[in-house]
Design a protein around this ligand. Sequence first.
Ligand code: SAH
Length: 234
Amino acid sequence: LFVEAPLAAGSTLTLDGASANYLGNVLRLAAGAQVKLFDDVSGEWLAEIAEAGKKRMTLTVVEQLRPREPVPDLWLVFAPIKRGAIDWLVEKATELGVARLMPTITHRTIVDRVNLERLRANSIEAAEQCERTALPVLDAPEKLAALLRAWPEDRILFFADESGGVPLPEAAAAGAPRAAILIGPEGGFTDDERAAIRALPQARGVALGPRILRAETAAVAAVAVWMATAGDWS
Ligand code: SAH
């Protein structure tokens, strides 16, 4: 379970709202039961329920189980897509170990507002399910042009180009310890965007097979390929 408070041995914390409901009414845990907590700062801890109330739970933190793990240094830059699909994309990227989620507004992005609170909640839920001890960073939406202008020198940008490129397994096999994957919106990139992205020295136009994938499919396929080739699936 994710908790905001920094966790430390011997500390006591009180959970209410959704967390208390989850522990008390969904898992039906009583006093004495043990749960795993993480705070995205100090790793994963074992805690024990001291008092189990209907609306409120008091827990005492026993010991650290795992330090906060280093996640593969992969950023996922994606044009926000429609509700449902974007929720699924955030959940899958979190499960697959992405370090940072960067919604990016492109010319054909049809979504005019990104609900970051909802996406953050999706990401936390996915992290709890897949037992990550570090949450992905979730940025506020940024325009593509601004993102490209400020792009870091040392980070390769695998640009998933539906009009063609080097097969990603090949491009990623060249090694990319710090990388990013860029996925376009349902309507794809414009030619101007394609040219602006390819003008970036760190950009690598990559292909994800011969078919046109939905943006969320492309995101998951690309992240999985990168994790398997340049990331760490050991
Ligand atoms: N509607 C457009 C494609 C958009 S697909 C068309 O029909 O051409 C949404 C995004 O998924 C694309 O911008 C691209 O980033 C990615 N994508 C989809 N299929 C891909 C492929 N075969 N290779 C690389 N990227 C792909």
